[in-house]
Write a protein that binds this ligand. Structure first.
Ligand SMILES: NC(=O)c1ccc[n+]([C@@H]2O[C@H](COP(=O)([O-])OP(=O)(O)OC[C@H]3O[C@@H](n4cnc5c(N)ncnc54)[C@H](O)[C@@H]3O)[C@@H](O)[C@H]2O)c1
Ligand SMILES: O=C(O)C[C@H](O)C(=O)O
Length: 324
């Protein structure tokens, strides 16, 4: 399998590539060829990472190619992890960020359209991830939009640990947690359908003030908390979530449970069709499915609508920049 990773010389790339090469992404039976994409200034560092990958003598790693050209990097790709993005810097407005990233994700979408394998699966990690995925998908008209996803698995994993800690339970006791909306501070981590050890999480926790005042903001702003503590944004946990996302996509989700991923909306739950929004999802046969028929209470409705409204604004902004 050809796995293309963009931003390969960055900090997430450094945490991600070794896990892919060791077989944790696609399984212990699947040899992997890595195709690394960097900007020209990043190529030398990517070559250094490739030297280290060689030094691991991973039995499943069948080769490494390094590119500064998107068309070549995505040629034949079965899985594409779009990590490289333009980070927000001081004084940069949201519009500037969207415009700079449009300059990255438009040509990458075109390159995926031109040469990726029939079964291509794309995960966008680089922020703003949902809207970057939308831009890439809209420039790949021959690839089903369902193959373009954005990462909210890190938010999901963050929520699992916060809830488990509050309940004095293990993360493995928790099922049916969900992240809705944008991978941003407006996201809605939802415990209303979750169970802990088979009991409703809302009953086990029985503390709505904690849910609203601590749990939701802690999960939604965890990225900023990591940046403040580490002096750099999350990297190993982001790489871990990317591995989890693709692993679930390829291998399916366990019976009776679901996970969270940002996928194209079919209009479910009032999320406008075409937006790439996080939903509770299951995976089977290499396809994501939005969990149907969940009851959405009034509090959840307001939170979902707010995050989805932000996604709509981002879409309108990139549309007005001519990026869709
Ligand atoms: N969705 C999530 O949950 C999540 C979590 C953590 C980080 N992120 C985002 O992931 C992105 C990467 O984070 P990082 O810490 O690795 O950043 P980083 O700055 O360490 O690395 C990014 C790399 O991308 C490269 N790059 C830039 N433009 C490129 C292009 N057009 N093609 C190929 N490579 C390119 C850069 O040269 C750099 O090496 C950021 O946008 C970050 O905000 C998302
Ligand atoms: O929050 C950020 O800016 C980085 C990343 O998206 C994260 O969630 O850790």
């Amino acid at each position: 399998m050809n796995v293309t990773v963009t931003g390969a010389a960055g900090q997430i790339g450094y945490a991600l590539l070794f896990r892919i090469a060791s077989g944790q992404l696609l399984g212990a039976q699947t040899p992997v060829r890595l195709k690394l994409l960097e900007i020209p200034q990043g190529v030398k560092a990517a070559e250094g990472v490739a030297l280290e990958l060689e030094d691991c003598a991973f039995p499943l790693l069948s080769g490494i190619d390094i590119f500064d050209d998107a068309t070549a990097a995505f040629d034949g790709a079965n899985v594409a992890l779009l990590v490289g993005a333009r980070p927000r810097t001081a004084g940069m407005e949201r519009g500037d960020l969207l415009s700079a990233n449009g300059g990255i994700f438009k040509p990458q979408g075109e390159a995926i359209n031109a040469g990726a394998a029939e079964d291509i699966k794309v995960l966008v990690v680089g922020n703003p991830a949902n809207t970057n995925a939308l831009i890439a998908a809209s420039h790949a008209p021959d690839v089903p939009t369902s193959r373009f996803t954005a990462m909210t698995r890190l938010d999901h994993n963050r929520a699992l640990t916060q809830l488990a800690t509050k309940a004095g339970a293990s993360v493995t006791d928790i099922q049916r947690l969900a992240i809705w909306g944008n991978h941003s501070a407006t996201q809605y981590p939802d415990i209303t359908h979750a169970t802990i050890g088979g009991r409703p999480a809302t009953e086990v926790v029985d503390d709505q003030a904690w849910v609203e005042g601590e749990f939701i903001p802690r999960v939604a702003k965890r990225g900023a908390e990591i940046i403040a503590a580490r002096g750099a944004s999350s990297a190993a946990s982001a790489a871990n979530a990317a591995v989890d996302h693709v692993h679930s996509w390829v291998n399916g989700t366990p019976e009776g449970d679901w996970t969270s991923a940002a996928i194209v909306s079919d209009g479910s739950y009032g999320v406008p069709e075409g937006l790439i929004s996080s939903f509770p999802v299951t995976s089977s046969g290499g396809e994501w499915h939005i969990v149907p028929d969940l009851e959405i209470d009034e509090f959840s409705r307001g939170r979902i609508d707010a995050s989805v409204a932000e996604l709509g604004e981002e879409r309108d902004a990139v549309r007005s920049l001519g990026l869709l």
